[in-house]
Design a protein around this ligand. Structure first.
Ligand code: HEM
Length: 316
C-alpha cells in the first residue's frame, strides 16, 4: 500500500494498536505471557530450544492478544508465518488459507459483537473498511508483528549469551534493558534491506537513479555506519541510539514499534531476573543463523540454566 490508501489505513491502525493507553493496558498481559513461557521452560528438559519453546510462543501470543485472535488459532499464525518468511512460495496460498478463513470469521463476529481489541476497533472505525481491507490489513500486521519480534528475541538472546559479559550488566541493572533492546534493533535489524521504487529521477551519492528503478535501501549499512555509531559492531546499552534506522524511516516506519519495544523489554528483563544462569548449551559455532528470510534469527537456540526463579517472590 502507498499514498492515500496507505494513509487511510495507517491512520486507523496506529490508534487501534499502539497508543500509550493501549500499551499500558497490554503490559500486564505481555508480562503474564512471558512469565508463563518461562514457567513452561522450568518444567522442560535441558537443553531447551529458546527459539522454538520461548520466542515463537511468546511473540505469537502477544500479537494474537492484541488482535483478539483466540489461542486455538495461534498455530495457524505460526504455520502461515513459516510459509511466508521461510517456506516454499508455491505452497503459500495453501498454508495461509486457514488463517484467512479464521480471521474472516472473527471479522464477521466483530461486526455484530463489537470488542475493544485492535481488530474490533478497526471493524468499528468510521472509515468503514471493507472485509477484504480488514482481512488483508490484519493478517499483514499479525504476520509482520509475529516473525519480526520472535526473530529479534532469539537473535538478541543469542548475541547476549554468546558473550556473557554482555548479559551480566542487564542482570545487575535492569534500567539498561530498554537501551540494550534498542541496540539489538540497530545491530541486528530486519534483514539486509528494504525495496523501494524511485518515483522521480534523482541521484544518490553520484549514482543516477531513474524514475521506476528499484532501489534496495540498506538499513544494516546505515546502522553500522562508523561515522554515526562509533565501533558499530559493539552492543552498547549506553549508546545514543536515536536516529538508527532499525524501525525504518518515513511514512512506512514500523507501526508496531511501541509494542515491539514493550515486548522485548519485558522479555529480556524477565530472562535476566528469573534465569540469571541462562547460557548457551552448545558452542557458538554450532548455532546456525537462518539467512534466507527477511528476519534473521538462529534456527535453533539450545540453552541451559542452573535455576529458574519464580515469577513472584514466594509469600513469607
Ligand atoms: C523487533 C521487532 C520489529 C522490527 C525490528 C521491525 C522493523 C520494521 C521496519 C524496519 C519497518 C519498515 C519497513 C519498510 O519501510 O519497508 C517495519 C514496518 C512495519 N512493521 Fe515492524 N518491526 C518490528 C515489530 C513489529 C510488530 C510487533 C508489529 C505489529 C504489531 C509490526 C508491524 C509493522 C507494520 C504493519 C509495518 C508496515 C508499516 C507501513 O508500511 O506503514 N512490526 N517494521
Amino acid at each position: 500500500m502507498d499514498g492515500a490508501d496507505h494513509v487511510r489505513f495507517r491512520r486507523a491502525l496506529a490508534p487501534a494498536m499502539v497508543t500509550a493507553k493501549r500499551m499500558a493496558a497490554i503490559r500486564p498481559v505481555v508480562q503474564r505471557i512471558v512469565d508463563e513461557a518461562i514457567d513452561d521452560l522450568a518444567t522442560s528438559a535441558q537443553p531447551a530450544d529458546l527459539h522454538e519453546q520461548f520466542a515463537k510462543p511468546v511473540s505469537s501470543a502477544v500479537i494474537a492478544e492484541l488482535f483478539g485472535v483466540p489461542a486455538s488459532a495461534r498455530e495457524l499464525l505460526l504455520d502461515s508465518a513459516e510459509a511466508l518468511f521461510r517456506g516454499d512460495a508455491d505452497h503459500l496460498e495453501k498454508a495461509t488459507a486457514p488463517l484467512y478463513a479464521c480471521m474472516q470469521e472473527l471479522i464477521t463476529r466483530r461486526r455484530t459483537e463489537p470488542a475493544e481489541d485492535a481488530l474490533g476497533l478497526l471493524v468499528g472505525h468510521p472509515e468503514n473498511f471493507t472485509d477484504l481491507e480488514l482481512l488483508v490489513g490484519a493478517i499483514s500486521v499479525l504476520l509482520a508483528g509475529y516473525d519480526t519480534a520472535a526473530s529479534m528475541i532469539s537473535h538478541g538472546a543469542f548475541v547476549l549469551l554468546a558473550d556473557l559479559a554482555r548479559f551480566a550488566p542487564l542482570r545487575e541493572d535492569p534500567a539498561l534493558i530498554p537501551g540494550a533492546v534498542e541496540e539489538m534493533v540497530r545491530l541486528l535489524g530486519v534483514g539486509p534491506g528494504r525495496m523501494r521504487v524511485a518515483v522521480t529521477d534523482t541521484e544518490i551519492a553520484g549514482t543516477p537513479i531513474a524514475a521506476g528503478d528499484y532501489v534496495v535501501v540498506s538499513i544494516q549499512g546505515a546502522n553500522h555506519d562508523p561515522a554515526r555509531f562509533p565501533d558499530p559492531g559493539r552492543l552498547d546499552a549506553h549508546r545514543d541510539h536515536r536516529r538508527h534506522l532499525g524501525w525504518g524511516f518515513g511514512p512506512h516506519r514500523c507501526v508496531g514499534q511501541p509494542l515491539a519495544q514493550l515486548e522485548l523489554t519485558v522479555v529480556f528483563e524477565a530472562l535476566a531476573r528469573r534465569i540469571p544462569s541462562l547460557r548457551l548449551a552448545v558452542p557458538i559455532e554450532d548455532i546456525e543463523l537462518e539467512t534466507d528470510t527477511p528476519n534473521t534469527s538462529p534456527a535453533r537456540l539450545p540453552v541451559a540454566w542452573e535455576e529458574i526463579r519464580p515469577s513472584r517472590p514466594p509469600l513469607s
